[in-house]
Design a protein around this ligand. Structure first.
Ligand code: SF4
Length: 561
């Protein structure tokens, strides 16, 4: 029996969406009122659909709420042009907190924008052909796709398909254009606006967010099994023959609530390329029609799959898409992560992968990544790709420009050799404090220093060259996909973390809770114990996550295939 059957009371958000399908709220009125520094609680919910989170600086709460806004872009496949990158760089400097934050869905986030600059920020982004609509909210979020142009000649084709599917799944409300681009209220006396119902999402939109992704095996750089739906490229002789469709993955959970859990997507079946859009829309529609609208913590497609099963889901998708899915074709993932440093593309140009610690592009003492990237983009206008590991790639650099790009970055303290430990290069933290209102513990501000101590511990244990995939989040919503990491710290309370172990290199296996409520000061001693056991008990070449999966629990962890 589902939650909806037990308690049919719909959430407050459902009433908002149904009552105002244009998602207009009173956003325009509040924007026009200089006496107000924040929006109403209902508009807080509508703003998300426009790509905006109303936040407050949690470091300053003792002195009262200091409202700031986070604006998130939407770049399907993480791809943007050099001029678009420069527009983002300028906005972060003029209106934001002087940093650009790469997200795990290949977007940029601008943090610290005050209300008076909110509309101009979004308008300027749109003038650079960058949208923010549906970057947040109960709709399809950014469609992710492999960013690395060297891995397969199919990358460009898949990127184009990611853009096409992103457009097909975008909400159609006229409110976004009116509010942010024209700066006027939506005329609700116009019957087209008064009676507006979104063609895909209907009057109710989705019960919660939805995430779609593409991936090209054997590189699982997109973490495909963590998405609501995903398309695994199947190629023969370098030619795309179709996709394996997966559905029902997701990371978020709530502490102490067994009804919520991270889940790997199920492999549903194979489809030829011409049915891609129909299947993508069918997956969204199943979530729309069967997701739990009574409990937002239980409102993801993964719970529909968990409760009704993959056979039921396949039949629903087939009926809606008007096709019969074939049995899934064989595929294999061997690793995750990005190609860093210089690499030759399939078209003869080069791309440069740069590690961005926790996705934060900024200038620091002796390490001026933001200025260095700006100078390179001004001079050479490379393409830019953001990765789901929160790194950046500069693509389509001509062979004759390579050395100059290297030199400009070097002048700003940035080495194209990415001289960090393998473990640091494989690590990620979410923003959490001070901007995220959901954060229970520090994350981005805590991980760099913790990693320094972990690097010291690894050296002490004779493991300095090993790679450990480490992720930290401030809460169990799991924005950096912590439940796939070999080692994860998930915020439980200020200064306390849930400690997870056992993910794998191919990112096809969930880890498991190892210790609860570990204080910050106890993280290294806990790690020391388990890493010492690993160093003594591993088999030849065995990774830490694989050792954990087989040695730590009586019931070993199993991977999706
Ligand atoms: Fe905020 Fe939690 Fe996401 Fe971190 S994981 S950014 S704390 S919602």
């Amino acid at each position: 029996m589902t939650t909806q059957q037990v308690n049919p009371k719909l959430t407050h958000n459902e009433g908002l969406k149904t009552g105002t399908p244009t998602l207009v709220g009173t956003i325009a009125q509040t924007l026009a009122d200089p006496t107000r520094d924040c929006f109403t609680q209902d508009d807080y919910e509508f703003l998300k659909f426009h790509g905006v989170y109303q936040q407050d600086d949690r470091d300053k709460r003792k002195a009262g709420k200091h409202y700031i806004f986070m604006v998130r872009t939407k770049f399907p496949g993480g791809a943007l042009t050099g001029p678009q990158y420069l527009a983002c760089d300028r906005l972060a400097t003029e209106y934001g907190n002087h940093t650009l934050r790469i997200t795990t869905r290949q977007d940029f986030q601008f943090h610290g924008i005050i209300k008076a600059r909110l509309r101009q920020t979004i308008k300027t982004l749109n003038e650079a052909l960058i949208t923010t609509i549906a970057a947040c909210g109960d709709v399809e979020r950014n469609v992710t796709a492999p960013p690395t142009p060297a891995t397969s000649p199919l990358v460009d084709h898949v990127l184009a398909e990611a853009r096409r599917i992103s457009n097909a799944l975008n909400p159609a409300t006229p409110a976004y254009h009116k509010i942010w681009l024209e700066g006027v209220e939506l005329d609700l006396n116009d019957p087209a606006n008064k009676d507006f119902v979104d063609p895909l999402y209907g009057q109710h939109y989705l019960p919660r967010k939805f995430k779609t992704a593409f991936v090209i095996p054997p590189l699982n750089d997109i973490d495909i099994f963590t998405n609501d739906q995903g398309f695994i490229v199947i190629a023969e002789g370098g030619r795309l023959v179709g996709y394996n469709y997966v559905a029902g993955g997701g990371m978020g959970m709530s502490h102490g609530n067994a009804q919520t859990f991270p889940r790997l997507a199920d492999v549903v079946g194979f489809l030829p390329p011409e049915h891609l859009e129909a299947v993508a829309k069918a997956g969204v529609a199943v979530h729309r029609d069967f997701g739990d609208r009574t409990n937002r913590r239980h409102a993801r497609l993964k719970y529909v799959l968990a409760e009704r099963g993959v056979d039921w889901f396949r039949a629903e998708v087939e009926r809606r898409a008007g096709i019969k899915l074939e049995p899934a074709r064989p595929f294999q993932f061997t690793r995750q992560g990005d190609l860093l440093g210089w690499h030759r593309q399939t078209n003869g140009n080069y791309f440069l992968g740069l590690f961005v610690e926790n996705g934060r592009i900024r200038d620091g003492d002796g390490y001026q990544l933001k200025t260095g990237l700006r100078r390179v983009c001004e001079r050479f206008q490379p393409g830019v790709r953001l990765t789901t590991s929160q790194n950046i790639l500069l693509v389509d650099v001509r062979p004759e420009d390579r050395d100059r790009v290297t030199a400009i970055l070097s002048e700003h303290g940035v080495s194209v050799d990415n001289p960090f430990s393998r473990t640091r290069l494989a690590s990620m933290a979410c923003p959490s404090m001070p901007t995220c209102g959901l954060g229970l513990a520090e994350s981005e501000r805590a991980l760099p220093e913790l990693l320094t101590r972990i690097e010291g511990l690894l050296a002490e244990l004779g493991l300095p060259e090993e790679e450990f995939i480490i992720r930290m989040t401030g809460c169990p919503n799991g924005c950096t996909r912590p439940f796939m990491a070999e080692i994860a710290f998930v915020g439980r309370a200020p200064g306390k973390y849930q400690f997870y172990l056992g993910g794998n290199e191919a990112s096809t296996r969930l880890n498991r809770l190892y210790r609860e409520n570990v204080k910050t000061e106890d993280l290294i001693p806990e790690l020391r114990q388990v890493l010492t056991r690993f160093a003594q008990g591993r088999s030849c070449g065995e990774r830490f996550g694989d050792w954990c999966a087989r040695a730590l629990w009586s019931e070993p962890l199993a991977a999706a295939r």
